[in-house]
Design a protein. Sequence first.
Lengths: 90, 487
Amino acid sequence: MDMDIKRLAKLARLKFTPEEEEKYAAQMANIVAMVEKLPDLDASGPLIDPDNPMEFRKDEVQRNYSRNELIANAPEVQAGCIVVPKTVAE
Amino acid sequence: MELYRLTAAELSRMIHDKQVSSTEVTKSVFARIAAKEPEIDAYVTLNEEGALKKAAEVDEKIAKGEDLGKLAGIPIGIKDNMCTKGLLTTCSSKMLSNFVPPYNATVIEKLSAQDFVCTGKLNMDEFAMGSSTETSFFKKTKNPFDITRVPGGSSGGSAAAVAAGEAIVALGSDTGGSIRQPASFCGVVGLKPTYGSVSRFGLVAFASSLDQIGPFGRSVEDVAMLYSAICGKDPYDTTSVRREYPRFEENLSADVKGLRIGIPAEYFGEGVTEEVRASVMKAAHEYEKMGAVLVPVTLPKPDYALAAYYIIACAEASSNLARFDGVKYGYRASSYNSLEELYENTRSEGFGDEVKRRIMLGTYVLSSGYYDAYYKKAKFTQNLMQDMFREAFRQADVILSPTAPDTAFKFGENSDDQVKMYMNDILTVTVNIVGLPAISIPCGFDSKGLPIGCQLIGNKFDEQRLLNTAFAYERQIGGFDLSKTLG
């Protein structure tokens, strides 16, 4: 099995130490061996669920949260704005 | 008689008839929590002050002669992955250890409309990923039948609290067995409803196409009553289904004459212990005595189901959990030099091992070059399984199997072997993949005195028949025995 743990970690925005990488590689090999037990079937064609036609609601403004309620959980706030590291290079 | 030992149905009648007050019931439950919680550890957050305040409100309304819902004044515990306005909702994760929702999940709104009393938030596997509640960031919940053993998971806190009398009934959620397996391990009743019958709005998402909220109770009537209160179409969940939902507890009937009960040989096979097999078959024969007919049915191979389940569940989890980035809410790492590093450090510090493993597996099966081989194939396997169940329900009205291959295991017993841990779900995951309802009811004890669970699977939206079938067994054996955990 060819599993590039470093690449997957990057895609998932996770960081591992070399020891962790080794541990995860071994554990995931076992799990992948388990999930490979799928039946041999033709997996072409579209995937739709005919039993479950979704019913959408109208896109109307209904719930009213105050700005303060919504940012009360933010890790860092200044002047009513959420603070994040600089994203644009100088 | 201590009030905490009574069922919700009994307490509801007593509260409405003014034989007891909600305050007395609530105080009895909190006295029980004070006595048992040090050894059981079922709760992440207790809501004693809020509960007593609500109970007093209910008592006042009753004194005024107001017409209240059946669950008015009943102390109910909530799994910690359902948003409760103003009350910490952690998902048993460091990532959400400081999260106080500004809104209620739809199920909480519905229970609030009936004036329920919220005892607190119940422990679970982190983000509902696990089968033992051991992956909780905060604590290990113990099985009330044997505190050296796990309560099952992921809704282990809910099952343990109900079994130990630390809540009268509770809500849990079931993605691959997370209500039924802990119900089985703790000797209580747990219902995983049909996908789409209960709104998921405000339930922290694990695998959106499989997740479903459901009730725990010490009797079938209690489970029916709590389910009636939470089901129904919700405009905030497009997957919830509009239809007529009856008051299930008012239509309970113990008549199973002529009922066709399907017995799937594959679900009594390899891995299922002899004691579990014998006990579940004994329950099947009780049904025969009551006039039901046992018929053989063929179900999808459990191996296929487990494989398809872990692919679909992890794929959806890796997408759903992408939102935890340390920006708008939840945990944020303290050291970082860039936005990228803020994400990586927050997620690496905030998530536990099992959650990271499942995000990685989901990322792998969705990554380019593997999508067709895994995710798409799993979705086609899902269709194949749906066809097999349609065929089985032509021959049977309900299907009976063990809930879990074995009874509760010891702490740490399966922690180092993920595949062995995942095998706990082998008899329950199929039901989630095909979106059916299923209930776990206690059907005896093994030689260690641990409860064994019997799973009944119903056709889509056939909860009434499923509950009736469970009710018939409960009547036949004279009620479920929780004398060991409630005493």
